[in-house]
Ligand binder design. Structure first.
Ligand SMILES: [Zn+2]
Length: 69
């Protein structure tokens, strides 16, 4: 049994894997639209993590305040 030659389909797979690897860093620098802080994010957002968390909390408490106590 000889393992000298790589299987052609393996080689294609390797090429595809190599092509799919992004060259640039997934992190992007943004300026938070709420507090103006410069933060690094790896997803689509306009706000830093702090503001995003606060907004989610505000929304949640607003929903809670909707009903009678
Ligand atoms: Zn912020």
């Amino acid at each position: 049994m000889s393992d000298g030659k790589p299987c052609p389909c393996m080689q294609t797979h390797v090429d595809m894997m190599r092509a799919s690897v992004p060259k640039n860093d997934p992190l992007r620098k943004i300026e938070c639209a709420a507090c103006g802080k410069t933060v690094w994010v790896n997803r689509e957002t306009k706000y830093c993590f702090d503001c995003e968390t606060r907004m989610v909390k505000d929304n949640a408490s607003a929903d809670n305040n909707d009903g009678p106590p």
